[in-house]
Design a protein around this ligand. Sequence first.
Ligand code: SF4
Length: 348
Amino acid sequence: MARHAKAVALISGGLDSMLAARIAMEQGVHVEGINFYTGFCVEGHTHAIRKQDRTRPKRNNALWVAEQLGIKLHIIDIVEPYKEVMLNPKHGYGANLNPCLDCKIFMVAQARQWMADHGFDFIITGEVVGQRPMSQRRDTMPVVATESGAEDRLLRPLCARNLPPTLPEREGWVDRERLYAISGRSRRPQQALAARFGIQDYAQPAGGCCFLTDPNYTTKLRDLWSKRPDRDYELDDIMLLKVGRHLRPRSHFKMIIAREEGESRFLEGYRRRFTHIRTLSHGGPLTLLDGEALCEADLELAARVTARFSQGRDAARVEVELSVLDGESRRFEVSPLPAGEIPQHWYL
Ligand code: SF4
């Protein structure tokens, strides 16, 4: 077998891509990783902000995986070009606003270009036949290879023996017999393989690699789009959807209310761009108001809702500071809005 084949592995930070890279490395392939940053990634963001997720390691799992494997990782920002994938997916969305098939095609296409630019031979992914309803089905996996332009330079070491031989196998860069034939949704084969490689610690993402598979996030994104003339978005828009409670008490404005200190600190970074409210007499959240033409009644309502989520929720009066977008700040007292007067449909 040639010892100098070079492969670029898509590294998400989860176990499958880690194993896929490891399998190729075991066969002497030089592997480097690529991690694409779309802005919707779960990696190292909200769980790094919130205290409640304290038990989870605050790390970027893709970087951590690369370190465990001892490979170079290239983190590539694709926020701008990814918008087209997100807004107009040719193959449509999954159960939520997740354009998984188009997303996978796009990422493999980007990896293919990287491979060509850097003189690498093939691409590795941690895909498994039948594992995901959209992008990892027997009939859609060839679509990824074809539409990305990667064709048979795309190797999926975890399930390669369920698929026709690829160029790296035919050329002898890897030995097909030492690749795997995993299929389906069970995680047991991957766990067994991890044990075989002595990998004990790995991230176990619940829904997928990004927020687009999350129904709550999808609701907030649909709401954002419904209030705009078009569906275009900036990175900050989609980041803010990951943080805080989002309530829309009136159609023309939304409140983003920090759920804890870490989120308040994060939202502080946005305070110059939003009218915002903080409580003074009691500990409480920072609230951003996202909307236009806010009248006095809107501001009062927002202040009362903010007070409701503060430690003064049972107090008769709570002092708040309101800072409007043009820089003017004022202090006043409000009575916290009773919980029963916050209808469920305000929550996004
Ligand atoms: S879960 Fe998100 S990142 Fe993963 S394939 Fe689907 S859209 Fe892409």
